[in-house]
Structures are given as structure tokens and as C-alpha cells.
Design a protein around this ligand. Structure first.
Ligand code: FAD
Length: 396
């Protein structure tokens, strides 16, 4: 029946890889995708659910096409352990799946031990991250709706690297946009653990000045080290405590738990080092790791756009390797991250990365990429089209 590929995680990296292994092998390789969620929920565009112009249904896509159109077998479960020697994964429900090659795209998990107070019972249900789109996105929107006018929403940003460098600054714009319309006396305070804005700095500062003066306040070098969830109080390494009406704490991140437990997170026990030609783990043979979980090359963001292209590069390599051929040698990725700054106006950052055979890593192509000259409605239309296209490319 042909070789077996098991894919763990049906997000941007995993769903793309599952579909493209089927297509690149002319449907000759069996692919099983293990994912606990019933449907794919997109983090890109999820800040618009917080703002109120989109619903969670708008950013949700079923896995039906992967199954019906591409013959990917979907197993709705969690992988609890991986035996790299025997080449089997164990499932929470009790079964086992053998593989010839395993593709792991588990996304990120949070380093809760770096924020005291957040492991107390109930703390994580009250002080939300909403950094994995789904129930927390809806719950945070409800907290914002329930907040009295005049309240302060505090957003804390972890030290880089984290998932989606411009995402927090877009979120601040979207929450401020909602406040401007519905709760004009309310404020957004951003506490950034980093020294400065991590992406599209000039464009975000201009948007805050033009549209959200007196609403958004930005405080760099504020590292949250403790949270009192009962009072929504943030405590910092060096600064005074801050009590918010709604506290949104995005903790430090590392590769998804399953990757760490399997011993794949070789970079500081946080991120998984891979060979960029195949995405095969440097720690364990026949296991490929994609998406946010990997140790990125300089300048490569942890983004859905990138994870989608990791998925295709990895799929091509896995198909070649299983067919006894050399994997393709010269991957090139482009990345564009759009950020909404008002209902319609959007800014972007773009980059192109090419494999360097000598340095064995991905390098930014000189002279490529850049940022918008100004926010525009036209880019707003591009941003919505980008989302529709990538969802179709990943899942249809
Ligand atoms: P994910 O998409 O998170 O997928 C991981 C999947 O693995 C999940 O479905 C999870 O359920 C599953 N999983 C985990 N562990 C297991 C296990 N043990 N067994 C089975 N399944 C498992 N990127 C962009 O390109 N553009 C944007 O505009 C953009 N905006 C963003 C806005 C926000 C607010 C956020 C939070 C992120 C944004 N991103 C954006 C980043 C993007 O969402 C991530 O980079 C992308 O999701 C990474 O893909 P992934 O496959 O690594 O992880």
C-alpha cells in the first residue's frame, strides 16, 4: 500500500504538508493527520474577532477537503509520545500509528514557569493569552465586551522570538479601534518585554498617533514576571505593579510540548533545529519538524505564511526521500505579514529567504522585501485575499 507518513498537527505547517505529500506523490503515499481540533481555526485575522468585525466562524475551515479531495486520513486525537526507534506514535485515545517518516508541526506551547501565579488553579481561565485562535479568542472578546467604559486593557508581549512578531501591535490597534467606537473612555496599555517594537515600528507608531492618540500607550522594557489573576494585576521585573480591567498576558513560548518531550528542542530546550533542505530534525532521524516549533534562521519570522512554505518544502523532500531520490536543493521562501491598523487600513512587511548551500541555512535575499510606505485600504483588500488564498492552499 505504499509508504506511510504521519503528520502531527493540522495547523498552517502540518495541514499544508499533509496535502502536499499526497499531491507530490501522485497520491501514492498514505498520509494520516493527527489533530485534536474538529476544524482549523486561523490565528491570522483572529485580532479582527477581538475587534468585532469578524466572528470565529469566519476564521474556521473544516478538514473535509483534505480527507475527501486529497485522501488524507484524519485522526481526531493527540499524539502523546513518539518512539523514534520503532517509528510509531502513541495516541491519547490509546492507539498507535506506525510511520516511515513523521512530520511534526505542533506549533507553540507556553513557558508558564516564567510567569509566577499563572499555574494557580483558575488563573489561565481568567487571564487569557488568546495566542492560539479558538475558545480563548472568543473568551477575550467577551471580556472586552463586558469591560466597563473607562477600563484599561493591558497586553503583555513576551521576549522575542515569539509567534508572529507584528501580531501584538496589530492586536493593540484592533482593541483600541473597538474601544474608540464602543467604549471611548477606555485605554490600551502595551507592556513589551522587549526593548522596542518588534516589527513595522514606524507604521504602528504612525497609526497610534493618527488614530489612537490618548487610547494606546506603549511601554517597552516591561517584562511580566508574575500575575495575580484574582485582581488582574501584572508584576514586572523592574517596574511598578499594574492593575488592569482586562489583562491579556502572552507568555514566553517554545516549541509545542510533544516536540520538547521527544527531545527535539535542541536549541535551549525551546526550539527544534532542522536541516533546512528537508526539515528533518537534527536530533532524530525520520522526524521532520515545521512551523513555529523550529529554530529559525535570522530574519525568518514565526508566521503562518512561513509554516505553509515549510510544509511544501518538507513535503517535496519527504516524497523524494521515500522514493529514493535526492530532495530538491534550492528552496526559496517569501513571507508577507499584513497587519490591520484600522477597520480597513493595513500595513505589511515582506521578505524573501534563500537556502545558502555553503552556510547550510536560509539567508535573506539582499535587496528583497520591505514594509509599506503607508497604511492603505488597498492593502486591506490584499490582506483579506491573502487569508482566503492561504486557507485554500492549506486546506482545500
Ligand atoms: P499551528 O498553526 O498552531 O498548528 C499547530 C497544530 O498542532 C494545532 O492545530 C494543534 O492542535 C496541533 N497539535 C499540537 N500538539 C499536538 C499533538 N501532540 N498531537 C496532535 N496535534 C497537536 N502568521 C501570518 O503568516 N500572518 C498573519 O497575519 C498572522 N497573524 C497572527 C495573528 C495572531 C494574533 C497570532 C497569534 C498569530 C498570527 N500568525 C500570523 C502566526 C501563525 O498563526 C503561526 O505562525 C502559525 O499558526 C504556525 O503554524 P504551525 O503549523 O507551526 O502551528
Amino acid at each position: 500500500y505504499g509508504p506511510k507518513v504521519v503528520v502531527v498537527g493540522g495547523g498552517y505547517g502540518g495541514a499544508t504538508a499533509a496535502k502536499y505529500v499526497r499531491m507530490f506523490s501522485d497520491y501514492g503515499i498514505q498520509v494520516t493527520l493527527v489533530e485534536p481540533n474538529a476544524a482549523f481555526v486561523s490565528c491570522p485575522i483572529s485580532n479582527l474577532v477581538l475587534q468585532g468585525s469578524k466572528t470565529i466562524a469566519d476564521i474556521t475551515t473544516p478538514y473535509d477537503n483534505l480527507e475527501k479531495r486529497h485522501g488524507v486520513k484524519i485522526v481526531r486525537d493527540m499524539v502523546t509520545s513518539i518512539d523514534a526507534e520503532k517509528r510509531v506514535v502513541k495516541l491519547a485515545a490509546g492507539g498507535e500509528l506506525p510511520y516511515d517518516r513523521l512530520i511534526l508541526s505542533p506549533g507553540i506551547d507556553f513557558m508558564w514557569d516564567t510567569v509566577a501565579g499563572m499555574t494557580k488553579p483558575g488563573a489561565q481561565d481568567k487571564v487569557l493569552h488568546a495566542w492560539k485562535a479558538g475558545p480563548q479568542t472568543v473568551a477575550l472578546r467577551k471580556q472586552l465586551e463586558a469591560m466597563p467604559d473607562g477600563g484599561v486593557y493591558a497586553l503583555s508581549i513576551p521576549l522575542a522570538p515569539y509567534r508572529c512578531p507584528p501580531g501584538p501591535y496589530e492586536r493593540a490597534c484592533m482593541v483600541a479601534n473597538y474601544f474608540k467606537k464602543a467604549k471611548p473612555k477606555s485605554k490600551v496599555v502595551i507592556f513589551d518585554a522587549n526593548d522596542d517594537i518588534q516589527s513595522k515600528k514606524g507604521l504602528f507608531m504612525k497609526a497610534w498617533d493618527e488614530h489612537y492618540k490618548g487610547i494606546i500607550e506603549y511601554r517597552p522594557k516591561h517584562k511580566v514576571v508574575e500575575v495575580d489573576a484574582s485582581t488582574n494585576t501584572l508584576k514586572f521585573e523592574f517596574n511598578d505593579d499594574f492593575k488592569a480591567a482586562v489583562a491579556n498576558v502572552v507568555p514566553n513560548m517554545r516549541a509545542g510540548d510533544i516536540a520538547v518531550r521527544t527531545g527535539l528542542a535542541t536549541a535551549n530546550n525551546r526550539w527544534c533545529e532542522v536541516d533546512f533542505l528537508t526539515f528533518e530534525s537534527k536530533a532524530k532521524k525520520n522526524i521532520h519538524v515545521l512551523g513555529d516549533a523550529i529554530q529559525i534562521a535570522p530574519g525568518m519570522p514565526k508566521s503562518g505564511h512561513m509554516a505553509n512554505q515549510h510544509g511544501k518544502t518538507c513535503a517535496a523532500a519527504v516524497v523524494s526521500l521515500l522514493q529514493g531520490k535526492e530532495p530538491p536543493q534550492l528552496p526559496i521562501y517569501a513571507n508577507t505579514c499584513y497587519s490591520f491598523v484600522t477597520d480597513e487600513d493595513v500595513v505589511h512587511v515582506a521578505s524573501v529567504h534563500r537556502y545558502d548551500a555553503e552556510k547550510k541555512t536560509m539567508l535573506a535575499v539582499p535587496g528583497s522585501g520591505g514594509v509599506s510606505s503607508a497604511a492603505s485600504e488597498l492593502e486591506g483588500r490584499y490582506a483579506h485575499a491573502w487569508a482566503r488564498n492561504i486557507w485554500a492552499d492549506t486546506l482545500a
